[in-house]
Design a protein around this ligand. Structure first.
Ligand code: SAM
Length: 281
C-alpha cells in the first residue's frame, strides 16, 4: 500500500492537530464538507439499517458534526464522541442535532451495553495506530476501543468505520484487534484501482458473521483524495458540493435520487415534491 505525502497522524496528537484553525476548515471548506458527507452516506449505506426506521447511532470521531448531519438528514438520532474540544466547538457552532461527548476512543467508549443500533466513523480510527506518549500502545488502545464498541452495540448491530491505513500492516493490526474483541466482518474497498478515490470501510458485525458487501468499482468523478489539511485550502470548483438548503425542493430531489441509486422504492417526482405545506390549525 503506498503512502504519499505527509499524514496528519504524524504531526502529533489528534487533539493538537484538530485545533481551532483546522476545525474552521470543516466549517468553511466545501471540499472537506463534500468528502465527509459522501463518506458518511456510504458508511450509512453499508450499515444496512432497517428501511424507514429511525435508529440510534454512534459517530466515533464525530468532529465538527458533518458526518452526523448526514445521519440527521436521513432521520436518525446520534451521539458523537471526539477527542478534540475545538472540533466539538465547531459542531456546537454548526447547531448539529446530535449529542456530543469529549473523549478518547482509545480509552474505551463509555456507554451502557447494547446502547446503539449502529456506529459509523469517518477518517478517525487510523489515529489509534500512532503512539503519542510512551504509555500509548496502539494494539492495546485499539483493543480497548473495539471491545467497548462491541459492548455498546445492540447484538447483531454493525459498525462501519471508514479509515486511512498507512500500510497493509496497519490494516492488519486494526482488523486483528477488532476480531479479538469479538467482531466478525471484513474490509470493503471502494474504487480499488483509483489512487485518489480508493477508500477503506471496515464493516464489523457484532452478531453472527454475515456477508461483507462488495466495494464500488466505477469512479466517474475523477476521484477525491484524502482531505489533505496541509494543502488545497480552497476547494476546486469541480469537486465542491453545492450546499443545498435542508428540506428545500432540491434537497428532497437529491435525497430521492440517492435512494433510487441504492435500489430503494421511491415515489415519482412531481410538481408537489418538496413543496412546503401550509401550517394546519
Ligand atoms: C477527519 S476528522 C472527522 C470529521 C468528522 N467526521 C466531521 O464530520 O467533522 C477525524 C476526527 O477524529 C477525531 N479523533 C482522532 N483520534 C481520536 C480519538 N483517539 N478519540 C476520539 N476522537 C478522535 C479527531 O479529533 C477528528 O475530529
Amino acid at each position: 500500500m503506498a503512502c504519499r505525502g505527509r499524514r496528519p497522524e504524524h504531526s502529533g496528537p489528534p487533539e493538537v492537530f484538530y485545533n481551532k484553525n483546522e476545525a474552521g476548515k470543516y466549517m468553511r471548506n466545501s471540499r472537506m464538507i463534500d468528502i465527509q458527507t459522501k463518506m458518511a452516506e456510504r458508511a450509512l449505506e453499508l450499515l444496512s439499517l432497517p428501511e424507514g426506521q429511525p435508529c440510534y447511532l454512534l459517530d466515533v470521531g464525530c468532529g465538527s458534526g458533518l458526518s452526523g448531519d448526514y445521519l440527521s438528514d436521513e432521520g436518525h438520532y446520534w451521539v458523537g464522541i471526539d477527542i478534540s474540544p475545538d472540533m466539538l466547538d465547531a459542531a456546537l457552532d454548526r447547531d448539529t442535532e446530535g449529542d456530543l461527548l469529549l473523549g478518547d476512543m482509545g480509552q474505551g467508549i463509555p456507554f451502557k451495553p447494547g446502547s446503539f443500533d449502529g456506529c459509523i466513523s469517518i477518517s478517525a480510527v487510523q489515529w489509534l495506530c500512532n503512539a503519542n506518549k510512551k504509555s500509548d500502545v496502539p494494539a492495546r488502545r485499539l483493543y480497548c476501543f473495539f471491545s467497548s464498541l462491541y459492548s455498546a452495540l445492540a447484538r447483531g448491530a454493525r459498525a462501519v468505520l471508514q479509515l486511512y491505513p498507512e500500510n497493509s500492516e496497519q490494516l492488519e493490526l486494526i482488523t486483528a484487534q477488532a476480531t479479538k474483541a469479538g467482531f466478525t466482518g471484513g474490509v470493503v474497498v471502494d474504487y480499488p484501482n483509483s489512487a485518489k478515490a480508493k477508500k477503506f470501510y471496515l464493516c464489523l458485525f457484532s452478531g453472527p458473521s454475515s456477508i461483507v458487501p462488495k466495494g464500488l468499482n466505477e469512479c466517474t468523478d475523477g476521484g477525491e483524495e484524502r482531505e489533505s489539511t496541509f494543502t488545497n485550502e480552497r476547494a476546486p470548483y469541480r469537486t465542491a458540493r453545492r450546499r443545498v438548503v435542508r428540506k428545500s425542493r432540491d434537497w428532497v430531489l437529491e435525497k430521492k435520487e440517492r435512494r433510487r441509486r441504492q435500489g430503494k422504492e421511491v415515489r415519482p417526482d412531481t410538481q408537489y415534491t418538496g413543496r412546503k405545506r401550509k401550517p394546519r390549525f
